[in-house]
Design a protein around this ligand. Structure first.
Ligand code: AKG
Ligand code: FE2
Length: 314
């Protein structure tokens, strides 16, 4: 396969059962074949998307001394700001050429029942906080429907994932890749990696840069149209499905020299379940032809293992 397939989430939401099942089939085969799909008909409006871009550009434009106030020790980069070059892809020699922010789950419970660290508020930019929350919730809703479709594809109850992802540990990560001033020796904007989580919804895959490795080992460009999000399978879902759904290696390459002066902004939403979700390979993905490939593990233990490898958790 040398192109990322496209699907329209409105088909899944339609009252027409055959359209709904056609979406399930298209999504399932895309995720079995290449692990990526571009989706339109999601819940994020153009206006909200533009608002978030405006806010994150304003944030990354703040002086470093102010941004650094939001880099909180002891949080393993789970909330707030992570400075340039800190995150390193698994097995990469040097850090990626990026800085980023994390919005996390918004919990409507008493503080003593909080599962997660609280979100960090940027005092200088009030709308940054409210727009981030709204985008988080619209992408979370979109991701929930994608997982419902995948549940049907895997012959599970349609709402199988709901209990695990409702109030889940998902993260919205606006990323800034600053302009390049000289030829980077080893580093690329984001070194080849797979995502850790269940599925990722990516805003901002509209220009060149993101590349996906197909089964033949070739790098293909993943470019979404303006109304599309790029969605891919992460390691948690490939593990759960005993590698039936592919968590595909991808990277963000540096632009040609003519494009060095431009920043890249992209915004992935990493859908994570609650830490207690078992990632044990599903019974209906294991048989004589497909022996179980992974040990049983919980989502929380798996995440911590991977954050350590990324250099974010000590
Ligand atoms: O910047 C991008 O387009 C993709 C980033 C990415 O793959 C990631 O952060 O996991
Ligand atoms: Fe990624």
């Amino acid at each position: 396969m040398n192109q990322i397939p496209s699907v329209d989430l409105r088909d899944f939401l339609s009252d027409d059962h055959s359209k709904k099942m056609q979406f399930v089939e298209q999504l399932g085969s895309a995720f079995e074949e290449i692990g990526f799909v571009a989706i339109s008909g999601h819940f994020l409006s153009d206006k909200l998307s533009e608002d978030l871009y405006t806010q994150i550009k304003a944030f990354f434009d703040l002086p470093q001394s102010i941004k650094s106030n939001y880099e909180i020790q002891g949080l393993a980069g789970q909330r707030g700001y992570t400075s340039y070059g800190k995150e390193k892809a698994q097995n990469a020699p040097v850090g990626d050429l990026k800085e980023f922010w994390h919005f996390g789950q918004y919990e409507e419970v008493a503080p003593e029942d909080y599962l997660y660290p609280a979100n960090i508020t940027v005092d200088e930019l009030p709308a940054f906080n409210s727009v981030g929350k709204e985008v988080y919730q619209q992408l979370e809703k979109t991701a929930l429907y994608m997982l419902r479709a995948l549940a049907l594809h895997l012959r599970l109850e349609e709402t199988y994932f709901d209990q695990w992802v409702s109030q889940g540990n998902s993260i919205l990560r606006p990323i800034h890749y600053p302009p390049l001033t000289k030829a980077p020796e080893k580093a690329v904007r984001a070194a080849a990696h797979t995502d850790i989580n269940l599925i990722t919804l990516l805003m901002g895959a509209h220009g060149r840069g993101l590349q996906v490795q197909n089964r033949q080992g070739d790098w293909i460009e993943a470019i979404a149209s303006k109304d599309q999000l790029m969605v891919n399978v992460g390691d948690m879902l490939s593990r759960l499905s005993n590698n039936r759904l592919l968590s595909t290696v991808h990277q963000v390459v540096n632009p040609p020299e003519a494009g060095w002066s431009e920043s890249r902004y992209s915004i992935p939403f990493f859908m994570h379940p609650k830490a207690t979700m078992p990632l044990n390979c599903l019974d209906n993905c294991v048989d004589d032809q497909h022996p179980q490939l992974y040990e049983d593990i919980s989502a929380g233990d798996f995440l911590n293992e991977r954050l350590r490898e990324l250099g974010l958790l000590k």
